[in-house]
Every structure is written in C-alpha cells, then in structure tokens.
Design a protein around this ligand. Sequence first.
Ligand SMILES: [Ca+2]
Ligand SMILES: [Ca+2]
Ligand SMILES: [Ca+2]
Ligand SMILES: [Ca+2]
Length: 311
Amino acid sequence: MILCLKNKSILLAGCAIFLLTLTQCSNAGGTEAGNPSAKIVIGQMSSQSSQLTTLKTAVTTTCPADTIIATDSSAQQIEAQAESDCSFELELEKNTAYQIDFFLTDSFVAPLIVNNGGNLLATRIVYLDDSDNSIDLGVIDFANGDAIPEFEPSEQCDRDGDGIFDFDDTDDDNDDQDDDVEDDCDLDGYEDDNDDDTSECSTQSSQVNVARITEVSPRNTESHVSIDEEIDAHMSCLINSATVNNTTFSVTSSSQNISCEFDISEDEVSCSPQENYTPLTRYTVTIDGVFCSDGTRIPATQWTFTTEDDE
Ligand SMILES: [Ca+2]
Ligand SMILES: [Ca+2]
Ligand SMILES: [Ca+2]
Ligand SMILES: [Ca+2]
C-alpha cells in the first residue's frame, strides 16, 4: 500500500514536471515545438505479470507491448515506443480516424477496442477531433486478445464542437445524419467523411435513407480476428428475424462454411460461429436475402476479414 502511494506520488510528480515542461515549450513559442496540428494520445499499459514479478524480484517491468502503431484509412502509420514504465505517447493528426494496434518484438499483440457511442458496435476505429486537448486512454488492460482503455476517446472528443462529447452526441459531425446510420460504404469502420480510401465502395450501397447495412464487426478487411469471434451487422432498419438464416447470412472461406447461431435484436444481427475459424484464413460474409420488418430488402452485401495466427 505504502509502495503504491509512493509510486503514485512519484507518478504525479512526474506528471507535474511533464506538464510544466509542456507549458514551457508552448510558452516559448519557438519553431522547435512539436507539430501544432498534432493530437496527443497517451496511455499506460497494464501487465499483471509485471506486478507479480515485482514482489519477488527486482523491479523489472514487462510490458505487454513495446511498440504502438496508429494507422489511418489511407494506411499511413504513426508509431510510438513504450517507455520503461509501459506508458506511451502517440503524436497523431487532428480530425483523423485511426486504428491503434499493439506489437511486441514485431508480433501483433492486440488492437485497441473502443466504444464510440451507446448504440454503436465496439470498434477498432478511434475518431479524433481538431481541438488541442490531448486524449488520455488511462490504464489499458489486455485480455482475450483485446486492449481495453480505461477512458474512452469518444468521451474526450467533440468533433462538431457543440459541447457534447462524441460518446453522448448522437450526430458527432452535425451533418443531420445520426452516427448509427452514418455512411461507411466499404464497411471498413472509417465513415465516408473520414475515409481516404473508398476504392472498395463500388459494390456497396451508400445512399442515405436506403435500407442498408451501416456497420459490421469484424469490419471489412480487418485482420488478426480471433478464431471464435462473433460477427455483428448493424442495419439501418428493424430486421425481419424470420429472414435471417445460414443461407441469407453466410460465412465462408475457400474450404469452410461456418454455421451461425443467430441473435437478432431490432436493428442488429449477431452470429455466434458454431466452430472455430481456421487461423490466418480469409473469410467472406455475405448477406443476401435479409429483409427489414417493413418488407424492404437489404441490398446484397459482402465483406471479408482475416483470422489471427492462433498460437
Ligand atoms: Ca459534439
Ligand atoms: Ca456519438
Ligand atoms: Ca453525422
Ligand atoms: Ca469506410
């Protein structure tokens, strides 16, 4: 307990010094200051094993990851190295969406999983606003192949600047299109307005007010997907559950047909795979023949994901 308190006060002192340094830098107004359009994202990785070993041995902290990589929709990457205390600081671009992944000695460890709103699927895509505020992810827990932040970025970003943070704002970009029907024509998790690569959009419908699939998980082209991961699809209408079955909602690889057990709630379908996916394999999800409860047919839609290397 004393150790914790002591550590905490050291940490606080460290933060205070860090803040002072930051203030001095910005007050100096010199050209050597960091990129003025940068959005700082900080976090602290937690590692249970390091706490256990600390009790028995000298203070050797083992971090879950040594490298943190943020990738935007055009595949531009920004990298940060973990400090010895497992903290990190990413210097990202404002008003940009990223997926943030953790690596250890060049091997993929986990994606950062966030919630951008109560009626949205958990996702790997973090949307940053254009304010100068930095984002604090807090302590990041690693469990079941996911990295879960203590604090949601969407509770610290206000993309339309109306005073309501994105998590609680039902229309983050104030374009009169609610977040849960915001267009993402290639279903890769980056909304059209924040997607620099929509080359896969030709096969998808992307019209407002047309019944369609608005969000999926795993998202299109996602990799490192767990071999037992649930598949979720969010529609723009209430779903006629009688039209959802293993023919109208299929999951296939070149050598496997995965059967689903479906759970349908209003505008969302979830497929629990009845067998594990094969590691390092590309799967195609096809929805063709699902109807809204008002009789409208959801346009046939297809997307792909690739499974993790199961070790
Ligand atoms: Ca807002
Ligand atoms: Ca929102
Ligand atoms: Ca909107
Ligand atoms: Ca997109």
